[in-house]
Design a protein around this ligand. Structure first.
Ligand code: NI
Length: 405
């Protein structure tokens, strides 16, 4: 058991129960008014308004665009600071849930639960503020823009969110559609993948469909490249490493009887291991060089590294696990069987300081999953309080722990 210090779990649960209804209302408001990445202005304004009601210092809006940060200072007996993070952005999806608080913005929807994350972090800020006399160190609250697109986390770190005061650990959560409602899944080590992106132009020489010998047809080149990509993953990468290479966009030609000049291939590569990640572009280039060489064509490759793999720190993850067991009971806490190949920009925090990112389940049952990034995505409001309590318990346990400074 974790040493609970001076803060008991019943006290945390009691303080959480007091704010639960307000947090649910805030979540519904956010859900009605979703905003796309880097456009989270009303969302940030609401966050700022709510934080301004609390005894926080350094309330700072406009961090890397629409990000908001604030600091809750403890009673000063512990010099450490722990960071809690929520993401605020929605997706370009037309909602189809029929909920009374459905999105009022056509074509935009909170379809990944970031409205829930924002509401949970506001709730945690309320609870920790209420209990601050018992809080030995400081808590930095980070509401970030643009998790879905460019990685607002990285920009906020560049703007200094991990300093003044220096951050010693970070914790974040994601409401998760493949975990049963109210269950926490944790995992030490790699949890989510680096979602890198490529765009390839396969360059040939177009002409009449009936005279291929006078052309360099990029279509069979592209077909061979797509097949070789899968062989490459199967034969050149250690089978115990996880890699996904998906070609998701293919664009060629304008007519049935015209060989095009070029084919465009776009897709994504997901990896969990940084070394493997860095080796993939070279392997892709080998395929492109060889295949286009055989056909007498050429290529242009744009490969961009996006979020790093999300790797959880063992000590902080253990702390979060114990906190979740304390708050929810051991039967509602389990280890994630394996990492998944989705990307998540909390990875930038986890790369910079010892961190843990965990899933909080929203699925009605083990079989009845909720699909993220889908018009029918919905979360169950009863889990919001669970998220708040686990975050707050983790904060108190962090200051009760002898973790290295
Ligand atoms: Ni998400």
């Amino acid at each position: 058991m974790t040493n609970p210090g001076t803060m008991t779990t019943p006290t945390i649960l009691e303080a959480t129960a007091k704010v639960e209804q307000k947090v649910i209302e805030l979540r519904h408001h956010l859900h009605r008014h979703p905003e796309l990445s880097f456009q989270e202005e009303q969302t940030a304004a609401l966050v700022q308004r709510e934080l301004a009601l609390l005894p926080l210092s350094d309330l700072t809006p406009g961090v890397y665009g629409t990000g908001v940060t604030a600091l809750l200072q403890g009673n000063g007996s512990d010099p450490r600071t722990i960071l809690l993070r929520a993401d605020m952005d929605a997706l370009p999806i037309q909602e189809d849930t029929g909920l009374p608080f459905s999105s009022e913005v056509p074509g935009v929807m909170h379809a990944c639960g970031h409205d829930g994350h924002t509401a949970i972090l506001l709730g945690a800020a309320m609870v920790l503020s209420e209990l601050r006399a018992h809080l030995p160190g400081s808590v930095k609250l980070v509401f970030q823009p643009a998790e879905e697109t460019e990685g607002g986390a990285e920009g906020m770190i560049r703007e200094g969110v991990l300093e003044n005061p220096h951050v010693d650990a970070a914790v974040g959560l994601h409401l998760w559609g493949s975990v049963p409602r109210g269950v926490v899944e944790y995992r030490s080590g790699p949890l989510m993948a680096a979602p890198d992106v490529f765009s390839i132009r396969v360059i040939g020489k177009g002409g009449h469909a009936a005279l291929p010998h006078q052309c360099i047809d990029p279509v069979p080149m592209a077909a061979a490249i797509i097949q070789q990509f899968q062989t490459l993953i199967a034969r050149r990468v250690d089978p115990l490493e996880s890699v996904v290479l998906s070609v998701c966009r293919l664009e060629a030609g304008t007519a049935f009887n015209v060989i095009p000049d070029e084919v465009l291939l776009e897709g994504t590569v997901r990896t969990l291991n940084q070394e493997v990640r860095e080796a993939i572009p070279g392997m892709i280039e080998d395929v492109l060089r060889q295949v286009t060489g055989i056909h007498g064509g050429s290529y242009h490759l744009d490969y961009s590294f996006r979020y790093p793999p999300l790797v959880n720190d063992p000590a902080i993850t253990d702390l979060v696990r114990k906190a979740a067991e304390d708050v929810l009971g051991a039967d509602r806490v389990r280890k994630a069987k394996q990492p998944n190949m989705g990307g998540e920009d909390f990875a930038y925090f986890a790369r910079a300081v010892p961190s843990s990112f965990f899933y909080l389940g929203i699925a009605p049952s083990e079989e009845d999953l909720v699909r993220h990034h889908h018009p029918t995505f919905r979360i169950d409001d009863t889990v919001l309080k669970d998220g708040i309590a686990v975050l707050c318990r983790s904060v108190f346990d962090f200051f009760a722990s002898p973790l290295a400074e």
